[in-house]
Design a protein around this ligand. Structure first.
Ligand SMILES: Nc1ncnc2c1ncn2[C@@H]1O[C@H](COP(=O)(O)OP(=O)(O)OP(=O)(O)O)[C@@H](O)[C@H]1O
Ligand SMILES: [Mg+2]
Length: 286
């Protein structure tokens, strides 16, 4: 028979070995560089590769992933925190293997929750993350404390930029701040809306060169999506381009990025069992 202490130890070990979702957060310095479109379509790409994905709209001010999927307004984290909804109601099934948490704008209200509601939310978020392989988090642009909170607790941070000089300068500024804030996770560049691959290379070379020289950091290029007229067409039709134009150039490049993520090693994590990602982010916010 095992002692109480041994049983306790075994339970802790079992908890520690339950895999939590790998959290990939999309950020940018400048707005409008394509984070939400990439988040939505990358989530679809990973789901079509057989992974279980939870897509989180973490743009606390201007959540709009639901618009990209043409979903009717429904409960989000904020409504959940204000009223006794069943937590499961806030996720929407988008496609096989893909669920959406539309709008995390209620996170700051966590501090005001009763113990009962808080415990219920924690257990829901915990099961949500444990039943997913990836959490794809679409953050807002810039360096607000919201963005930094989400990025600080993610495993991989994808910094998006376009070839425009202000976007490049702002991407570098974001990388600089992230490097001051973070330790365990990986920071990777994604170039969006370039004309061709040589422009992608030159954008990467500029930012990576400055990062190496001034921040002593090697910035990998995770991937790129070239300018593709199908993307705005799909946005207007309120359908992700992976659905509307599955063979377009942007869709193929998103699949390539998804494959790279799947083939890469997740960064090292603390061996301790962790709170759900959304709560860790909320704790940073409060
Ligand atoms: N690869 C691409 N080719 C052409 N157009 C693109 C591409 N990626 C994004 N766009 C266009 O850029 C616009 C902005 O995209 P999106 O809303 O995804 O950016 P964002 O970074 O999430 O913006 P915000 O900072 O406001 O949240 C969209 O209208 C979309 O049509
Ligand atoms: Mg957006």
């Amino acid at each position: 028979m095992i002692s109480f202490d041994q049983a306790h130890h075994l339970r802790r070990l079992a908890k520690a070995t339950v895999a939590q979702a790998r959290v990939v957060c999309l950020v940018s310095g400048k707005g409008g560089v394509g984070k939400s479109n990439l988040a939505a379509n990358l989530a679809l790409g990973l789901a079509s590769a057989g992974r279980r994905i939870v897509l989180v709209d973490a743009d606390l001010a201007l959540a709009n992933l639901d618009i990209l999927f043409d979903l009717p307004p429904g409960p989000n984290l904020s409504t959940l925190l204000k009223s006794p909804h069943n937590p499961a109601e806030i996720t929407t099934d988008i496609a096989p293997g893909l669920r959406l948490v539309p709008g995390a704008s209620g996170l700051t209200a966590l501090a005001d929750l009763s113990d009962f509601h808080r415990a219920r939310l924690i257990s829901f978020l915990d099961s949500l993350e444990r039943s997913a392989d990836f959490l794809i988090v679409d953050a807002s642009a810039g360096l607000s404390s919201n963005v930094l909170s989400f990025a600080a607790v993610a495993d991989d941070v994808l910094v998006l930029t376009t070839p425009e000089p202000p976007a490049i300068t702002d991407a570098y500024a974001v990388i600089k701040v992230l490097l001051m804030e973070r330790q365990l996770s990986s920071i990777l560049l994604v170039v969006n809306m370039a004309k061709n691959v040589s422009q992608v290379r030159s954008v990467h070379a500029r930012i990576a060169g400055a990062a190496r020289k001034f921040l002593h950091f090697d910035l990998p290029l995770a991937g790129f999506v070239l300018y593709d007229r199908h993307v705005p067409l799909a946005v207007t039709a309120r359908r992700p381009f992976m659905w509307s134009f599955p063979r377009c150039r942007a869709a193929r490049q998103v699949h390539r990025l998804a494959k790279r993520l799947l083939n890469s090693q997740p960064p090292l994590r603390s061996a301790q069992p962790q709170e759900p990602f959304l709560l860790r982010a909320a704790n940073c916010l409060l």
